[in-house]
Design a protein around this ligand. Structure first.
Ligand SMILES: C[S@@+](CC[C@H](N)C(=O)[O-])C[C@H]1O[C@@H](n2cnc3c(N)ncnc32)[C@H](O)[C@@H]1O
Length: 270
């Protein structure tokens, strides 16, 4: 993983939350909230919470006396999340690296993490840290994207942007968000972290947007793909976005567009 892959700051939080979240994250956040709330947990930790899409879905499902600690590596993402959440005394916002959690052992009933594990430099270490802060019998609920070929818009954007930089194509989407999809490896990493009871489901959903341009802007400007493009030539950000827009429109049409997305949803305990 490149260093810039984990940098969600500058203009990214706003574009991420307004364009990426409705496009691909909201649908999985509803599932994540349902899974996390299923055991009526008294204490929940969310890691890699980003701009708070799961927080907004899960908080209403937790009990009045619950403790909900919401964390992310990048403070600008958390600031954005907090600004979108109404006052809620059950929620504590805290900047934290999922690999070095500032919490005591056995503090939480559930740890949840939506589309964050792909960014962990050492997945087993991140999972072991989640297990350390879980109470006995607690559950670690998380998800990761399936391979890029199963995620239409991400694949098309990656190919279109590659044409703008043919000698050094930006590969953020394939390398990081879609770079950790091997179910056997996920099981192995969880087992190495000490989890014994592991359930993995692959879930397909649809990604919808009012236009190809919104999809292209979301991926090119609301994710660390933007960092990669700007590092090559910041003046080409708009051209890369235009090429991605054309590629999506040519395949999915002018006007509203729709494409397949697919992810693995994992519950680990024991
Ligand atoms: C694709 S976003 C997912 C955000 C959110 N969970 C959602 O569903 O929209 C990945 C998030 O992981 C965070 N992140 C990256 N590395 C991290 C780490 N080591 N510990 C905690 N968060 C991390 C980033 O700041 C970013 O907010």
């Amino acid at each position: 993983m490149a260093e810039s892959d984990k940098v969600f700051s500058g203009s990214i939080p706003k574009f991420y939350d307004t364009l990426m979240v409705p496009l691909i994250f909201e649908a999985y956040a509803a599932d994540m909230a349902e899974l996390a709330a299923a055991s009526s947990p008294g204490a929940v930790l969310e890691t890699a919470a980003g701009s708070g899409v799961v927080t907004r879905a899960l908080a209403p499902r937790l009990g009045a006396g619950a403790r909900y600690v919401v964390t992310d590596l990048n403070q600008p993402m958390l600031d954005y999340a907090a600004s979108r959440q109404g006052p809620d005394s059950r929620i504590e916002w805290r900047q934290a690296d999922a690999l070095h959690l500032p919490f005591d052992d056995a503090s939480f009933d559930v740890v949840c993490c939506q589309f964050g594990a792909m960014f962990f430099p050492d997945r087993s270490a991140g999972y072991a840290e989640a297990r350390r802060v879980l109470k006995p019998g607690g559950r670690f609920v998380f998800n990761v994207w399936d391979r890029i070929e199963e995620n239409a818009f991400a694949d098309e954007v990656t190919q279109a942007v590659a044409a703008v930089f043919p000698h050094d194509p930006p590969r953020f989407l394939a390398r990081t968000p879609h770079g950790y999809h091997d179910v056997a490896l996920i099981r192995e990493d969880l087992s190495r972290a000490g989890f014994a009871d592991i359930a993995i489901q692959t879930r397909e959903k649809r990604s919808r947007s009012p236009s190809a341009r919104e999809v292209a802007t979301a991926y090119c400007q609301g994710t660390p793909l933007r960092n990669e493009i700007e590092a090559r030539d910041a003046s080409l950000l708009q051209r890369a976005t235009d090429r991605a827009t054309e590629a999506i429109a040519s395949r999915h049409g002018e006007g509203p567009v729709e494409g397949k997305i697919q992810a693995h949803v994992i519950v680990a305990a024991g």
